[in-house]
Ligand binder design. Structure first.
Ligand code: SF4
Length: 470
């Protein structure tokens, strides 16, 4: 479980071509990807002559009314739902971004973070470029505009050759979508086929399911795929790619459990993490396994299955806390922990409780949960974490605190146990985590936040504060 504002999701992208109501499919796709970003969303469509755009701050359900969707004509569209890892939460920063290049109008939706955006931006600004937003993504459009190649596909390739970091991109150019991934395939992006013809591209497979599209394949590392009606998706460039380094945290927490990544549903990967955790960190004497809902449910199920300790719903999560939750005054601040989670007394009272959580970031929520469970009568509280200790920040599109705020960056397991007040506390090992997710499959992971081994060298800090200061 990751506290709101501790470790936030990134963005979600969705595109559709060859469907008379492409924007409506994009709307459904963004709904399925809402967990990846709740600050703003937008869709841009193309009707053969003109582009139509609608974007706002807020949640997908609040942004798109029936009348707004009716105006998004056309058989091709891309959409984006945003959590800002670079750039403030202001309307100009809501994607898709649009630019008029020499040959064409291009709309762009980007998931991930570039690691050299500030440098690239200042070089472009020195050359006279005027930026409309404070996002790293805009650099890509400026680099396309500077390409000397007449073909749009070569312009995209030129721009991508000049940037580094994590990007899963959609570019809408008339009735064509170009889908592209960085050479390490850090963020997911998959292709799907619509039952009546037409194609979709999405950050996660759950967005294919919602529009009844069949999974075709993941976009490959370094690949640019042209997706248009009436022809199969075609690779227009396959850049030399290093070994895949797809974010392992997508399977542990970020992506939905019903999305498929690394060859199976993330829910199945999470159950496997729970199995492995039970083998590595058993809890003799434990009487009930509970999860920190909802993200740890599958891991707790796995732990219960493998340990033989029964599973119980010992914590209930309130799903109606919006981003505008106002921190109360000091006198009642402690009570506010209960707004998000409430312990179920009947399940935990008098028992030795094994709490399974998918990760610990700062440790503040864990401390509150342990105290809450004891107040609810738990005799013992044993904490089990279905990932390895997080010791380093992410620079590839996840909003993370500095290393100084990561509890595991400066403390060992015993110190953390004392800080959170649990009777015992154990993390899954890094090797166990990788094996549980990969199984027999060959998977290339980014594990940088667990081991500090960044697959793309960190050239500069590129979070939103830094970009805006510059
Ligand atoms: S650093 Fe961590 S969160 Fe970021 S991409 Fe790598 S594994 Fe994912």
């Amino acid at each position: 479980m990751i506290e709101a504002h501790d470790w936030n999701d990134e963005c979600g992208v969705f595109g559709a071509v060859g469907h008379p109501r492409a924007a409506e499919l994009a709307y459904l796709g963004l709904y399925a990807l809402q967990h990846r970003g709740q600050e703003g969303a937008g869709i841009i469509s193309y009707d053969g002559r003109r582009y139509h755009e609608h974007k706002k701050l807020g949640m997908v359900s609040d942004i798109f009314s029936a009348s707004a969707l009716r105006k998004l004509h056309g058989a091709s569209a891309i959409g984006h739902t945003r959590y800002s890892t670079t750039g403030s939460t202001i309307l100009p920063n809501v994607q898709p971004l649009v630019a008029k290049l020499r040959q064409a109008v291009v709309a762009l939706a980007h998931n991930g973070n570039l690691v050299d955006a500030r440098m690239a931006r200042s070089v472009l600004e020195d050359g006279g470029a005027i930026f409309q937003t404070s996002m790293d993504s805009e650099v890509i459009l400026h680099l396309m505009a500077r390409s000397r190649h007449p073909q749009i596909e070569r312009q995209i390739g030129d721009a991508l050759d000049r940037i580094h970091g994590a990007y899963s991109l959609l570019l809408l150019v008339g009735d064509t979508i170009y889908a592209a991934k960085d050479p390490r395939a850090i963020r997911p992006l998959c292709l799907g086929s619509l039952p009546g013809g037409g194609w979709v591209v999405a950050s996660e497979t759950c967005a294919l399911d919602i529009v009844d599209a069949g999974f075709v394949r993941e976009v490959k590392a370094g690949e640019i795929v042209r997706v248009r009606a009436g022809e199969p998706p075609r690779t227009v460039r396959h850049a030399p790619a290093d070994a895949d380094a797809t974010c392992i945290f997508e399977a542990i927490y970020f992506s939905r459990p019903d999305s498929h990544l690394f060859g199976r549903a993330n829910g199945a990967s999470r159950v496997a993490l729970g199995h492995r955790l039970a083998a590595e960190a058993p809890c003799p004497g434990g009487e009930v396994v509970i999860s920190v809902p909802d993200s740890s449910n599958a891991a707790a199920q796995g732990y219960a299955e493998a340990s033989g300790i029964p599973f119980g719903h010992g914590l209930i999560r309130n799903h109606y806390i919006g981003r505008t939750f106002i921190k109360p005054t000091q006198e009642i601040r402690d009570l506010s922990a209960r707004i998000k989670y409430n312990p179920v007394r009947d399940v935990v009272a008098g028992r030795s409780v094994v709490v399974v959580d998918d990760s610990i970031v700062r440790g503040t929520t864990v401390r509150k949960l342990v105290a809450m469970l004891r107040e609810a009568g738990a005799r013992e509280v044993h904490f089990r974490v279905s990932s390895a200790p997080i010791i380093a920040p992410c620079y590839y599109g996840i909003d993370t605190p500095d290393a100084s705020e990561l509890i595991a960056a400066g403390s060992d397991q015993e110190a953390i146990r004392k800080l959170v007040g649990a009777d015992t506390l154990h993390y899954l090992s890094l090797a166990g985590m990788q094996q549980a997710i990969a199984g027999e499959r060959a998977c290339g992971f980014c594990t940088a936040c667990f081991d500090g081994a960044y697959p793309v060298p960190i050239i500069e800090r590129t979070d939103k504060k830094i970009l805006e200061m510059s």
